[in-house]
Write a new protein. Structure first.
Length: 127
């Protein structure tokens, strides 16, 4: 490389480094929060568009990526009744639920016997 080309390249690199040095540091982003009673439009504004959404009767389920689908066994899920948040299952650090979740992150998984399953039910008179 010729001396004048090297000087020009050095000047461009120094200008880029100076511009980056003057840039404000990137702040840690607060998790987007969903609250009980929040309407669906506000959930979508906070967390973006879900991977998928399902509805049945008055309930709508919004499913969001959380980065731990294989290890957690579920997406993050926001449950709405009549268009308002009633529950959420959250594992992603970028998501937060301000209500009381039916499945908090520290809850240990356990078997729930199906209704009418006598194998998992206590016998009458048993302690």
């Amino acid at each position: 490389m010729r001396a004048d080309g090297a000087a020009a390249l050095r000047a461009v690199l120094l200008a880029a480094a100076a511009a980056l040095a003057g840039a404000a540091p990137v702040a840690a982003q607060e998790p987007a929060t969903v609250r009980p009673g929040m309407p669906e439009a506000d959930v979508r504004a906070a967390w973006g568009e879900p991977v998928t959404a399902r509805s049945r009767g008055p309930y709508t389920y919004l499913f969001y990526e959380n980065g731990c689908l294989r290890s957690c066994g579920t997406y993050d899920v926001v449950i709405l009744e009549g268009g308002q948040v009633v529950d959420a299952i959250v594992r992603a650090p970028a998501h937060r639920y301000d209500g009381v979740s039916s499945s908090p992150p520290d809850r240990a998984p356990g078997f729930t016997p199906p209704a009418g399953d006598s194998a998992g039910a206590k016998k009458e008179g048993a302690p």
